[in-house]
Write a protein that binds this ligand. Structure first.
Ligand code: ADP
Ligand code: ZN
Length: 822
């Protein structure tokens, strides 16, 4: 038998496939998805079996050395890897990387096993070994006693050539046998648990004055029970935790204590389960309150999903914000688990994971594991193993969780399916929505995509009947839609009003502060000011490594938002000494303005700059949710999925920022963003949303204010059809980059010519410069292909790309269905 094996040729990376021969004695144990040990050059490396074939007369093929694990990766995931490779134009081995646990967390160990049976045969063998040279004799004695041992234990008898020679001699005499095995590297253990000790309750009052952090932790422990240390200390206060231990108020244990719950209503304590990788309801029974009575739309949706369990099917749950989608996902998950299936639950952002994990545990009592891109290799490997062994019922996480090796997968939920983060920006450049649907097909699982503002492509599929539409047209009783008001910024300007917050918005904030409620100000740009300019000579500071203007940050630096380069900002123009002015506003500038207007108010800012440190966003979230601040100013992160009961006002500082992106999805993004913002505000208490814009008549803005998805979709799909955009064609971006710009452009022209000649029937746009054209000293140019009849054309295109020889020193990137600008 021959097999095709994806191998690890570089440490930590599987990147190519090779063919090997399987010796007859191993044929039984080899199948698609087996992990095998092969020889590459002279090195032993691990590889994944991706295909089996009949023996062909081919000389010179190496044999595999051993089968490390016969059933390593479920074969459906190997098939899913093939799908990724084909659909997104990447090598199979690259596609498979997303399926596998990190190899660095496991280690290959070479061992030797003693062969003669104990008793007379062993005695005879040792007699024989007595005539062999010294290291072999000692090794034989050692192995005869230990049965098997790792090669490191032999080091006391000899090293290098001498040791290898002795082992070879014993092997040739049939006394020992070489083995390879897979060892988990220790040290990737999970965080210890923290348990309150007797006397903790009595001490609480005493420490609450002078040590509020310690008191808060203690309170959590007393109310919610034991917690993992990483969870309790999220926000970076291990010091406080250790102090509590010194005071004898808490203790650490390595195993989760029985009954450990963690029932924070806001779900934040679980945020670091994200770090810990795993969580389960250690208390056993589910903590179900009085179950909600589903309304008739929810009931219908649930029944459709339930009916498809075990058979498979794809659904789009389209419901306005607050229509009870999450409730439907949870019920469906509960039914799936009750029937013995396992489930995958995807959310678009890390910040949303804790909430859903809490609800899965509390409502369903499910054993949940979390997988996302920021787990350490050890955490990922440990979680992967547990998932594969079937110990986990639900895997929740970001797009990376989609490849979790869950056995008996019955349900895949993709929440907020419109989110751009479901598209991966590095190879394999997959779209998690498409892959979820494919995985559902392969495994017979039900796929539920859900959103208040589905992507135009997904809704089009639903309209065509390729996805079953499940509408939830009404809001859950008791939830209000906020009043939305659009402010025309042009009038502010004409009236001579200065500042980024309009007069109307200021008055509303005054009113909110007066009654002790909270406000959120949203602006999708961090930093202080995006443009800085010399009044005298027009000088604009740009990045040294990228062709983009630097953004001014208040702490006195100019930063590049592409590569992170920073330099100190002077107050005068470095060219002519003229005065520098700041144009436009980022979150820092809005913060400055707000602080000047409301010096008494407690204001916090959440954007890429303030939340870079791990756990910091959770801290901000907790502060704000707990009423510890009056105004929260932030970027995208703060708008999605999170509703705060105290918030009665949301201000969108500038709705035009996303409208003017040079991208055919700009309108759609603006509509989605504003609809989500409007849908979150004032859920429980009547609220208000103020949208500031220079384009008050733009349908993306007015229809979002009216929460009218259908009308927006009709306009958008008409635009797409007229302009020749997805879903009517397939977009493919081919990017070229390198240090030599002329070479980059020439290569792009060359491939464009090749495609036009050999593939034909598609529009080739470009070469056009990437945006920005230079990043980290690399020039980037791109071709954009608009391909009708994708399924028929893609072979042709793949052929062109395979035939194309890239020049030295250049890199090529192919992105099928690109979502983000390059
Ligand atoms: P969505 O995911 O569509 O934004 P959720 O499922 O989060 O909506 O529901 C919004 C709120 O309404 C939640 O607090 C939820 O508990 C509550 N809710 C959902 N369904 C019902 C129902 N049938 N009856 C009463 N409350 C409900
Ligand atoms: Zn830069």
């Amino acid at each position: 038998m021959l097999i095709e094996v994806a191998v690890n040729s570089a440490p930590g990376a599987i990147d190519k496939t090779l063919t090997y021969r399987v010796p007859p004695e191993m044929v039984q144990a080899v199948r698609v998805g087996s992990l095998v040990l092969v020889t590459l050059g002279k090195r032993p490396v691990t590889g994944l079996v991706v295909a089996l074939s009949e023996e062909a007369k081919r000389a010179g093929l190496k044999e595999i050395r051993t089968v490390l694990e016969a059933d390593f990766l479920p074969p459906q995931l190997v098939d899913l890897g093939r799908y990724l490779a084909e659909r997104y134009f990447c090598p199979l081995a690259v596609a498979l990387r997303v399926m596998l646990p990190p190899v660095t967390a496991r280690r290959l160990e070479r061992r030797w096993r003693w062969l003669p049976p104990a008793g007379e045969e062993t005695a005879a063998a040792l007699n024989l070994a007595a005539y062999l040279p010294p290291p072999a004799r000692e090794i034989a004695a050692c192995l005869a006693e230990a049965a098997a041992a790792g090669v490191s234990r032999m080091h006391k008898f000899g090293r290098g050539r001498e040791l290898e020679h002795a082992l070879a001699v014993l092997k040739n005499h049939g006394l020992i046998q070489e083995e390879w095995c897979w060892r988990e590297v220790p040290g990737s253990r999970r965080s210890p648990w923290v348990v309150p000790r007797t006397g903790a309750a009595a001490a609480l009052a005493a420490i609450s004055r002078r040590a509020p952090r310690q008191a808060a932790m203690l309170k959590t422990l007393l109310e919610a029970g034991p917690q993992p240390a990483s969870v309790l200390a999220s926000g970076g206060s291990y010091a406080a935790l250790h102090r509590l231990e010194q005071l004898g108020l808490v203790e650490f244990t390595l195993t989760p204590p029985a009954g450990a719950g963690g029932t924070d209503p806001r779900g934040l304590k679980h945020s670091n389960l994200v770090e810990a990788g795993e969580t389960g309801n250690h208390g056993g029974a589910a903590n179900v309150g009085a179950p909600l009575q589903l309304n008739s739309d929810q009931e219908q949706a649930l029944q459709a999903i339930e009916g498809a369990l075990g058979r498979g099917g794809t659904f789009l749950l389209h419901g306005v914000t607050g229509s009870g989608k999450t409730e439907v996902y949870l019920r469906a998950t509960g039914v799936a688990l009750a029937r013995g299936y396992r489930a995958l639950f995807l959310v678009p952002e890390h910040a949303l994971i804790p909430q859903i994990v809490t609800r899965l545990r509390q409502n369903l009592g499910a054993r949940v594991a979390v997988i996302h891109g920021d787990l350490s290799p050890g955490e990922r490997a440990a979680t992967w193993e547990r998932v594969r062994r079937g110990e986990i019922q639900v895997v929740a996480g970001s797009r990376a969780a989609l490849f979790a090796p869950l056995p008996a997968l019955g349900l895949i939920v993709v929440d907020e399916e419109h989110a751009g983060s479901y598209k991966q920006d590095a190879a394999p450049r997959y779209d998690a929505r498409e892959v979820a649907i494919k995985r559902g097909h392969l495994e017979g699982a039900v796929v539920v995509l859900g959103s208040a503002t589905p992507s135009t492509e997904t809704f089009y599929l639903a309209r065509q009947g390729k996805i079953n539409l499940l509408p939830l047209p009404r809001r859950v009783a008791g939830l209000n839609l906020p009043a939305v008001e659009i402010i025309d910024l042009r009038e502010e300007y004409r009236a001579g009003h200065q500042g980024y917050l309009s007069r109307r918005l200021r008055r509303e904030i005054d009113a909110v502060l007066a009654v002790g409620k909270q406000a959120i100000l949203f602006l999708n740009r961090r930093g202080y000011a995006p443009h800085i300019l010399c009044r005298n000579c027009g000088y604009v500071p740009v990045c040294r490594h990228c062709d983009v203007a630097l953004t001014f940050h208040q702490e006195g630096t100019l930063r590049c938002h592409y590569c992170g380069y920073a330099e100190p900002a002077g107050s005068a123009c470095p060219v002519c000494g003229g005065p520098l002015v700041h144009l436009g506003a980022g979150t820092q500038r809005v913060e400055t303005e707000a602080r000047a207007l409301w010096p008494e108010a407690r204001i916090i800012r959440a954007d890429g700059d303030t939340t870079a440190r791990k756990g910091r966003w959770e801290e901000i979230y907790r502060t704000f949710a707990g009423g510890g601040a009056d105004i929260l100013i932030g970027t995208q992160t703060i708008t999605r999925g999170l509703d705060f009961p105290g918030v009665t006002l949301v201000g969108v500082v500038n709705a035009d920022l996303s409208l003017y992106q040079p991208d055919f999805r700009a309108r759609e993004r603006t509509f989605q963003l504003l609809t989500q913002v409007a849908g979150r505000a004032g859920r429980k208490t009547p609220g208000k949303v103020i949208i500031q814009t220079y384009n008050p008549g733009d349908p993306a803005i007015t229809l979002a204010a009216a929460q009218d998805y259908r009308r927006f979709y009709e306009q958008e799909i008409a635009n797409r059809r007229a302009g020749g955009y997805p879903p009517f064609i397939k977009l493919v971006r081919i990017g070229f980059s390198g240090r030599d710009e002329a070479g980059v452009i020439a290569a792009a022209h060359e491939l464009a010519g090749l495609i036009q000649r050999d593939a034909g029937g598609m529009t080739v746009l470009g070469p056009a410069p990437g945006f920005p054209v230079r990043v980290q000293d690399n020039y980037r140019w791109q071709l954009m292909l608009k391909v009708p009849n994708w399924s028929r054309k893609k072979e042709r295109l793949a052929g062109c790309l395979a035939a194309y020889r890239l020049r030295q020193g250049l890199r090529l990137m192919v992105d099928v269905g690109p979502v983000n600008p390059w």
